[in-house]
Design a protein around this ligand. Structure first.
Ligand code: SAM
Length: 378
């Protein structure tokens, strides 16, 4: 199988898959390949915090033009995977000079499948891009074509706890990646003092309570497949439910915008984490963390709406506040603003390259010491 992910999260995802029992786990660019049975495929969809899709390759062949592609796809016995009354969708991903449009290769693939059914039954399956019986993923690299069944259907970042909103939140997979990359052990104080819609806090709490990230999701692609094993799936979900634990961690979130905190509260409620996550409408400047240290992960504004001067001052304020009030904390900051990050005025102990959507970002770790220890000598 192939699990797709975001740049920078491959190693973390490989570990998640190995922990679930996957074998022959190998990392690639934005993907991890692995082996396992049907139960593992179901579990990977339910449990992997940093996977976007779990693909199951079914055929590999060579093609240099649409005609060859059509013939190769038509050669496959599609009745193994769907019935004439079923529906399908095809996603095309193209890295090849032999073909022009990813949409067009998707169409050609669909034509080959529906023509096979029409020849046999005099009628054809329909296209359904929302909830098809099978969603196919056609990947063409030069003349190497791989056809895979998409066992997730909708991207796995759609956990089921987020409502519609106008603010641009962090992708759930990115947020989970930030939590796992930080190496946080799920204990003690966990804060996001610029929490927006609460994504980082929710992903952190799901992790600390051993709740699979996709426990709330209504549907996965494999549930519409011909070989769907409802009993096995029920068993896997029951086992996951039984393994949920109480967390002793304290989750504190705040944001300077009232409306945003209301959205965060709705998301936290939908995620069933009202008892765990405390939210308040407060500026970072006015935040007082509890004694005893802990972990902070924050995603401050990158400056889309601010002048450079203002942004630099804002990041300087973050650094000053951290030095003054966050002693004993490990503070992780993700930002795309290289210049502004320098104004934080702290030496990062770790720096990782990640993406927030298309934006290249750095994820920095700052250990705020209590003044008696010089971090440069640690
Ligand atoms: C990039 S967004 C965070 C998005 C969040 N990670 C999510 O998933 O929704 C930055 C947030 O910082 C908040 N913010 C800006 N200035 C602030 C300040 N001085 N104190 C606290 N929050 C602030 C904004 O209201 C915004 O919600």
């Amino acid at each position: 199988m192939v699990a797709k992910t975001q740049f920078g999260l491959e190693e973390i995802l490989a570990k998640e898959l190995s922990d679930l029992g996957a074998t022959n786990v190998e990392t690639h660019n934005r993907a991890v390949s692995f082996e396992g049975d049907k139960a593992l495929m179901y579990k990977a969809n339910l449990y992997c915090r940093t996977a976007l899709k779990i693909l199951v390759p079914i055929e590999k062949f060579k093609a240099r033009n649409e005609r060859d592609l059509y013939e190769e796809v038509r050669r496959i016995d599609w009745e193994q995977y769907m019935d004439v009354d079923g529906t399908l969708a095809v996603d095309g991903i193209l890295k090849s000079e032999y073909f022009n449009h990813s949409q067009y290769i998707g169409l050609k693939t669909k034509d080959a499948i529906v023509d096979q059914f029409r020849d046999k039954y005099g009628k054809r399956p329909d296209v359904d891009v929302v909830q098809p019986s099978i969603r196919l993923n056609l990947h063409i690299n030069k003349d190497d074509c791989t056809l895979a069944l998409d066992s997730s259907n909708e991207s796995l970042h759609r956990r089921g706890y987020r409502g519609e909103s106008t603010i641009a939140p962090l992708n759930e997979v990115t947020a989970a990646g930030l939590v796992l990359l930080s190496g946080w052990d799920g204990k003690g104080t966990f804060m996001d003092p610029m929490c927006g819609s609460g994504t980082i806090l929710i992903e952190a709490a799901l992790f600390a309570k051993n709740i699979p990230p996709n426990m709330l999701r209504k549907r996965f692609g494999f549930e519409s497949w011909k070989n769907f094993d409802a009993k096995l799936w029920k068993q896997i979900k029951e086992e996951a439910q039984a393994n949920i634990i109480e967390s002793e961690a304290i989750f504190i979130g705040s944001d300077s915008v009232f409306k945003v905190i209301e959205i965060a509260r709705e998301n936290v409620t939908r995620a069933g984490l009202d008892e765990d996550i405390k939210l308040s409408n407060k500026r970072f400047e006015d935040t007082k963390p509890p004694e005893g240290g802990g972990t902070v992960i924050m995603n401050p504004p990158y400056g889309e709406r601010l002048q450079v001067e203002e942004l630099n001052d804002f990041y300087k304020m973050i650094g000053d506040k951290l030095k003054k009030d966050f002693k004993g904390f490990n503070v992780w900051i993700i930002s795309s603003s290289k210049e502004a990050m320098k104004k934080v005025g702290l030496q990062a102990s770790k720096r990782m390259l990640l993406f927030n959507g298309a934006l290249e970002c750095k994820y920095h770790c700052f250990s705020i010491y209590d003044g008696t220890r010089d971090p440069r000598k640690m």
